[in-house]
Write a new protein. Structure first.
Length: 379
């Protein structure tokens, strides 16, 4: 940076961070969702209202000092499930008013649905599962109109935050590996048996999903004009599968997806919950400087730096336990450590480990945000 050029914008910093290039500042991008309700003094039930959720998020942002990156406009909302056809337990309906939403694990996808998705594709299966979970749901025309209205609100939110210099990491285009999709909708126990007893059918179904998933994600990019997409991952990690299963059922589809996105000049963010430490070397198979790995505290972030240094950007990873049970001094010390170690040489974004817990201590979250504003400038 020179006086003539001035400081970089956060969009410039983000693009350079992904490319593993030098910036003037390490970006800060904590995932603030249900915690915003706690900070703003509203219940988790109220946080399900998009307008109240966005107001709570903005209050949290303004009063705690702000940060550089938000995930996407849709992440202000409080519902669980991420757009999947899953049964939810909601505050004020199934849960106490001030308890965060939960997903109820049960079999929604049936064994015969593997043949259905092989024949009809991912979008047809997703629609079938939504109808199975919500037999009395609104008509296609009503839902399309609701989607149009939601897109308009998201676009307004996106423009408002961009005008403040805040950038969106994934732009609102979020997808899931078919392996993970099947695991959630078949239920973990039943899907694990499917993988063991009939891996060929599972593999064929996974491959059949990809044309629709790739098309859906590209449409999301064109809608938001943000050339970054997010893949959510948890049940395809080393916590749940062995290396042989990963190499046969998960990695080939990932490679197809990432290479297709990169060919279209789209970067990929891997949101990796659970423990990925043993699988970190596989991430070197992806194109250098085109992906980000988000870690949630379960994966050894220092091992990730060792394995992926100068190949893939790292996003993380102040653990939920530290934000909830620690002290501000401990949070600051941890932030300082990962800024110095993981941020050495660039390619790092400071963040909470996955979402900031709704019951985190306010002073601890404030310490994390303050570290992201005060300790992240390169000398």
């Amino acid at each position: 940076m020179t006086p003539e050029t001035g400081p970089m914008t956060n969009e410039e910093r983000l693009q350079k961070t992904i490319r593993l290039q030098k910036t003037d500042k390490i970006l800060s991008g904590p995932l603030i969702q249900q915690f915003a309700a706690s900070y703003a003094g509203i219940t988790q039930k109220d946080y399900l209202d998009p307008e109240k959720a966005e107001a709570a998020y903005e209050k949290t942002f303004n009063e705690l000092g702000g940060w550089d990156i938000v995930t996407s406009p849709i992440m202000f909302m409080g519902a669980a499930g991420g757009g999947l056809a899953l049964k939810q337990l909601l505050p004020g309906r199934d849960l106490p008013d001030n308890m965060a939403p939960q997903i109820r694990e049960e079999e929604i996808m049936l064994p015969e649905d593997y043949d259905f998705v092989i024949q009809k594709g991912f979008n047809a299966l997703n629609k079938r599962l939504f109808e199975r979970v919500n037999p009395d749901r609104k008509s296609d025309e009503e839902r399309n109109q609701m989607a149009i209205e939601a897109d308009k609100k998201a676009e307004i939110a996106r423009k408002n935050w961009l005008a403040r210099g805040v950038v969106f990491l994934g732009g609102g285009s979020m997808g899931i590996h078919p392996f993970e999709f099947f695991s959630f909708h078949r239920s973990l126990a039943k899907f694990s048996m499917d993988v063991r007893r009939n891996p060929g059918k599972v593999k064929a179904a996974i491959e059949a999903c990809m044309p629709d998933i790739i098309s859906n994600m590209k449409r999301g990019v064109e809608k938001t004009k943000c050339r970054r997409v997010t893949l959510t991952n948890s049940r395809d990690s080393s916590t749940f599968v062995n290396s042989k299963q990963f190499e046969e059922l998960i990695l080939p589809v990932w490679l197809e997806f990432v290479n297709t996105m990169v060919d279209a000049d789209i970067d990929v963010i891997f949101h990796c919950d659970t423990d990925w430490t043993r699988f970190l070397p596989y991430f070197k198979d992806f194109p250098r400087g085109r992906c980000v790995i988000q870690l949630d505290g379960a994966t050894d972030i220092f091992k990730a730096k060792e394995v992926l240094s100068n190949h893939m950007a790292i996003h993380g990873d102040v653990p939920a336990t530290l934000l909830t049970l620690g002290t501000p001094e401990q949070v600051t010390a941890y932030c300082k450590k990962i800024i110095e170690v993981i941020g050495d040489g660039g390619g790092f974004i400071l963040s909470s480990g996955c979402s900031t817990p709704y019951d985190a201590k306010i002073e601890n979250v404030h310490a994390m945000i303050r570290a992201g504003n005060e300790l992240t400038w390169y000398q």
